[in-house]
Design a protein around this ligand. Structure first.
Ligand code: Z5A
Length: 219
């Protein structure tokens, strides 16, 4: 069986982690060899970058120890660095080994958050995405579509403090959401929208149906 890169995208609290877990269990029950990974933080280097990118400014860490804000282009370059390492060290070797990779966020996150959310130059983002991935695109991207306030409320209910990006304004998160909607409209064969407001079980049923349609070689 050929390896596949299946990416899960969406705003905070849309249910990516939950759905990837269920999906991984389902695929393994079919005898498929699965790798679960994420961006940022899918490699050892990436874990350091993830802390730099997501810890709140008041947390004592590296460059942000004195609350120094991370410049927007710096943030973009750090996501690109994380991705480049992830593609070389994790994604390419596992695809070559025929694995099904379930990846929490990939290039569309950068377009949605740094492009639509922060308003950074889209052609710069596309160039960096291209360099970082060496042209590796997802075979399928599942966009879990939930209202931003529903997603953030789920996160708050978890009782874990909101990280640096989650603390952005609702307007920021709405721009990110708009980004996903426009990406899904532009790439209908690669990105499939799933209503993430349904129950976890119902969302999983929809995802399994989509994977069966798109990945015909599934056992
Ligand atoms: N970022 C970026 O800006 N640019 C980039 O290029 C990349 C990333 C790659 C890290 O993302 C941050 O990095 C992210 C964008 C930025 N922004 N932030 N912050 P992350 O994926 O690690 O963090 P996250 O987006 O906040 O995801 P999360 O916390 O892991 O949430 P989730 O995976 O989407 O959801 P979950 O953990 O499965 O569920 C959250 C809660 O909702 C939990 O209590 C569940 O039990 C509950 N839940 C899940 N599904 C349901 C349903 N269907 N009904 C009811 N409740 C549910």
């Amino acid at each position: 069986m050929n390896g596949k890169l299946i990416v899960f995208e969406g705003v905070e609290g849309c249910g990516k982690t939950s759905q990837m877990q269920l999906c991984s269990e389902w695929l393994e029950s079919l005898g498929v060899s699965v790798v679960v990974t994420r961006e940022p933080g899918g490699t050892e280097l990436g874990l350091h970058l993830r802390r730099l990118l997501l810890e709140k400014p008041k947390d004592k860490l590296f460059g942000t120890a004195q609350g120094e804000p991370v410049a927007q282009v710096t943030e973009l370059l750090l996501y690109a660095a994380d991705r480049s390492q992830h593609v070389e060290q994790e994604l390419k070797p596992n695809l070559a080994a025929g694995k099904y990779i379930l990846c929490d966020r990939y290039t569309d996150s950068t377009i949605a958050y740094q492009g639509y959310g922060r308003g950074l130059n889209m052609s710069l983002i596309n160039q960096l995405n291209h360099i970082a991935t060496a042209g590796l695109e997802s075979d399928l991207t599942i966009w879990l579509d939930v209202d931003v306030e529903v997603g953030l409320a789920r996160k708050r209910k978890d009782g874990i403090g909101l990280d640096r990006i989650e603390q952005e304004t609702i307007a920021f998160h709405r721009r990110v959401q708009q980004g996903y909607a426009e990406l899904a409209a532009s790439y209908p064969s690669r990105i499939v929208r799933v209503d993430g407001s349904l129950s976890k079980e119902a969302v999983q049923q929809v995802i399994q149906g989509i994977l069966r349609v798109h990945l015909k070689e599934l056992p």
